[in-house]
Design a protein around this ligand. Structure first.
Ligand SMILES: [Zn+2]
Length: 369
């Protein structure tokens, strides 16, 4: 193998064009969900949905890319490659393929983890009619991330204070609290929002439209940036046990990392086990009553505490300042893309290989039911 052909795209515009082209080659039906804002190059933004299915399909393989916008470079690459891969293998026509391409298109285009409202979409899948979770650990850290901390001496102080907290609390506990999500500071990190985001509502309507009357589905949310470099972790993340977990363990065995989230829970996987509002739990709730399994593929890149925190923080300050062009903009964007989508061709080949294996197993299992 070599680096996948679809790995070379450098922008939302290129990712979208190659995904739509691959979908057309496979005669997929396409649906386009227009986003209200423009992208980095002034382009119109869409979440695109490709469907390969016969009428009346009741079993589905679902994939969602770009929940964290910039991570969509990996997810989109795999969706595009998989469309072409499907043409090379026998496929049970009774199992449909549903690809939700770049659910946070603004974030992908602007090369950000968050969405247009600084929302961490993977903390936004909550019932906003109910009281929102508190996050005391984040409250203590928030003063390090305000606009004033973004430049000069203040930035150096903020970085030093962060480093002191890493030493005092340990990286795992510190990041777990930070990344758990917070619902008070729209200018902070891991802000979960005050209401459902455009992407949240769009994903719900897509799932209801295509999978509302399905019997079986296995769904993947595609991420990067946590875990060991070049290691795609296959994770089941949920607030509680549900029947689809047994299918996941049967299909994937030792590949599965099962994480049940709880306020006091930590994990050494690099994701937050204390977080609320995960896409995963929302999908499980949405598909209650069906034979449904929700999984996350999380591909490790560089060190999350050192490199990743800095890349996300630099990008955070850049946008708080509204500095949306120039040398610093270019430097910060190059760094955040490299963190979430390493330019190393062998990394790209490896994550694609494992993702393809995971999708293939899911398809085979759905076909055998
Ligand atoms: Zn992610």
């Amino acid at each position: 193998m070599n680096a996948p052909a679809a790995s070379k795209a450098k922008s939302y515009v290129e990712l979208r064009a190659q995904f739509l082209a691959a979908a057309s080659r496979q005669q997929a039906t396409l649906h386009h969900y227009p986003h209200p804002l423009k992208g980095l190059q002034g382009e119109d933004l869409f979440t695109d949905v490709a469907v390969l299915a016969q009428p009346g399909t009741r079993k589905w393989l679902v994939s969602v890319s770009g929940t964290h916008g910039v991570e969509g470079f990996y997810g989109s690459m795999c969706q595009t490659e998989y469309l072409d891969h499907l043409a090379t293998r026998e496929r049970d026509p009774k199992v449909g393929i549903l690809m939700v391409h770049l659910i946070n298109p603004w974030g992908t285009s602007w090369q950000r983890r968050v969405n247009e409202d600084n929302i961490d979409l993977n903390r936004n899948y909550l019932d906003f009619a109910r009281p929102l979770p508190d996050n005391e650990a984040y409250e203590a850290l928030h003063p390090l991330f305000t606009k004033e901390c973004g430049t000069g001496a203040k930035r150096a102080e903020s970085d030093a204070a962060w480093e002191a907290q890493v030493q005092a609390q340990g990286a795992t506990a510190l990041r777990s609290g930070l990344a758990a999500g917070q619902y008070k500071h729209p200018d902070g990190l891991h802000f979960g929002g005050f209401e459902p985001a455009w992407s949240h509502l769009t994903l719900r309507s897509i799932m209801e439209k295509f999978c509302g009357d399905c019997s079986d589905a296995i769904s993947f949310d595609l991420h990067t940036g946590a875990g060991a470099y070049g290691h795609p972790m296959l994770m089941a993340i949920a607030e509680r046990e549900y029947p689809g977990l047994a299918d996941a363990e049967r299909i994937y065995g030792a590949w599965i990392y099962k994480i049940l989230t709880r306020p006091d829970q930590t994990t050494d996987t690099g994701i937050s086990a204390a977080a609320t509002g995960y896409t995963s739990q929302a999908m499980v709730d949405l598909m209650a009553g069906k034979r449904f399994t929700q999984l996350v593929i999380e591909c490790g890149t560089y060190d999350g505490v050192q490199v990743g925190h800095l890349a996300v923080l630099d990008d955070h300050f850049l946008h708080l300042r509204g500095e949306l062009s120039g040398q610093e903009f270019q430097r910060v964007k190059a760094a955040i893309v490299e963190f979430f989508y390493p330019s190393d061709d062998d990394w790209r080949e490896l994550v694609w290989l494992r993702t393809r294996q995971i999708f293939d197993r899911a398809l085979a299992d759905l076909a055998a039911r």
